[in-house]
Design a protein around this ligand. Structure first.
Ligand code: TRP
Length: 463
């Protein structure tokens, strides 16, 4: 029996923007973006990344949001409502699966950031004078099963307790409190970074392009990062869009979300690289930048104790507003399609995600030698979701809008609430149409082939 309950909606436009920007702004911006920029030659990479965000991210985010808004449903229900074929709801189903998988490893790393707040408060960073020493401490913590599993549990608990209260009283209220806090903390960290001696070295690294570092691989990396950071390809934005009303302006909201996400990534880059350069550390250390290099940076900085604490609070907040969007996708599916009650869905699927995330948490200790296709559980979950499921989902969404549901239907829906844009900037319509029909599917297809090619090499290596 289908119980038709009235669907919850965002209480305000700013509430939606903050929630969606909260989903987008996460570990991808503050942990991943700076080190990927560091590894790929700084400013030149940023320029390519910005192009990917504009030409690919923006048209796809608009598409996801309108599919959600027009159907007022979760990813599976939305595709069911808009097409007769069985294929499309399966694409929605893949999104739900991707949500589960991403949440299961993402919340493990999110747990580290929460655990590091305590490390910062207890002043442990003062024991380290080199990134190697901080790295050893990090390894020791992540090798400690009870540390890693309990922080993962804490983080899942926080996520569950926000999603439990629903769209307005949970996600929207949480985002309205957490996002301004995030902006303030990041602003303080950026100002601090800019006042350090040697800050200009960091800025030069970020804003002075070195084109010699750009290769085909870099471009693909930039595309992948653009997708992940905007929470695209699995129906998260679709689900958030399904709580919007017809009066809301989708194109402007999308531009605002994309702008905030990009701004935060760049500001995080400024805060981090000014500090890294001013203390003479290396910018190109990869994924360990935040947990190995930054603790040492803080010990060398005036007020470092305070800044280290707020930095890890920032990281945890950014991660939390993202994990709630991942859980919400799964919950929305069970509420809409299976008639589950929200509270029950949140607890059951939050709990299941915790269980399927345990092998990812154990990938850093007891299961570190257990490999599938040469990857640990954690790396496999990350690789499979971010490099395969998300690009595939994004490609299918652009094909769906461009060729199946059709641009005309999409434009009709897009028109609601955005009348001014259609009147004042009509030339943007053919641009969006061209991007969504051709540029997005083709370029995502290329990323995907590349990912799968990589997978082949990995399989060959370990057979
Ligand atoms: N965008 C988030 C980040 O940058 C991660 C994230 C949250 C995500 N929800 C998502 C990624 C949905 C893909 C799909 O950290």
């Amino acid at each position: 029996m289908q119980k038709k309950k009235k669907r919850e909606h965002w209480n305000s436009k700013i509430g939606f923007i903050l929630a969606a920007a909260g989903s987008a702004i996460g570990l991808g911006n503050i942990w991943k973006f700076p080190y990927v920029v560091g590894d790929n030659g700084g400013a030149a990479f940023i320029i390519i990344y910005l192009l990917c965000v504009l030409l690919l991210g923006l048209p796809v985010i608009i598409s996801e949001i309108i599919i959600g808004r027009t159907t007022q449903l979760n990813p599976v229900g939305a595709f069911k409502a808009l097409s007769k074929s069985k294929l499309w709801p399966m694409i929605g189903g893949m999104g739900i699966l991707a949500g589960f998988i991403i949440l299961s490893f993402y919340a493990v790393v999110a747990g580290w950031s929460a655990g590091y707040i305590i490390e910062a408060i207890s002043g442990h960073f003062y024991n380290f004078t080199t990134p190697e020493a901080a790295g050893k401490h990090f390894t020791a913590l992540t090798q400690n099963v009870s540390w890693i599993v309990s922080w993962f549990a804490v983080f899942m608990g926080l996520t569950i307790s926000i999603v439990y209260f629903g769209v307005q009283k949970g996600i929207e209220l949480g985002s309205k409190i957490l996002m301004p806090l995030l902006f303030i903390i990041l602003f303080i960290l950026m100002i601090n970074g800019l006042t350090l001696d040697g800050a200009s070295e960091g800025l030069k690294f970020l804003f002075h392009p070195d084109w010699s570092k750009i290769t085909g691989g870099t471009i693909l990396e930039a595309l992948g990062q653009a997708f992940f950071t905007l929470s695209l390809g699995m129906g998260a934005m679709l689900t958030y869009g399904s709580y919007m009303s017809k009066k809301d302006n989708v194109p402007t909201a999308s531009v605002e979300i994309v702008f905030l996400d990009t701004l935060i990534a760049v500001v995080a880059g400024i805060a981090i690289f000014t500090a890294v350069f001013s203390t003479g550390q290396s910018p190109t250390v990869g994924a360990g930048l935040i947990f190995h290099t930054l603790p040492v940076v803080f010990t060398k900085m005036t007020g470092g104790y305070f800044f280290s604490i707020i930095f890890f609070i920032l990281l945890a907040i950014a991660a939390l507003t993202s994990t709630i969007s991942l859980l919400e996708v799964v919950v929305a599916y069970f509420v809409d399609e299976k008639g589950w009650e929200r509270h029950k869905a949140v607890i059951v699927f939050g709990g299941i995600t915790f269980l399927i995330g345990i092998p990812s948490a154990l990938s850093f200790n007891v299961l570190s030698d257990f490999h599938i296709f040469g990857l640990t559980f954690f790396d496999l979950a990350d690789y499979f979701s971010a490099n395969i499921l998300l690009p595939f989902g994004g490609m299918m969404i652009s094909i769906f809008i461009g060729w199946i549901w059709g641009v005309d239907n999409a434009l009709k829906e897009l028109h609601n609430g955005a009348e001014n844009i259609f009147e004042k900037t009509p030339y943007l319509i053919p641009v969006w149409t061209f991007l969504i029909k051709f540029v997005a599917p083709i370029s995502i297809f290329i990323i995907l082939i590349n990912s799968i090619g990589l997978l082949d090499t990995i399989i060959n290596l370990f057979n």
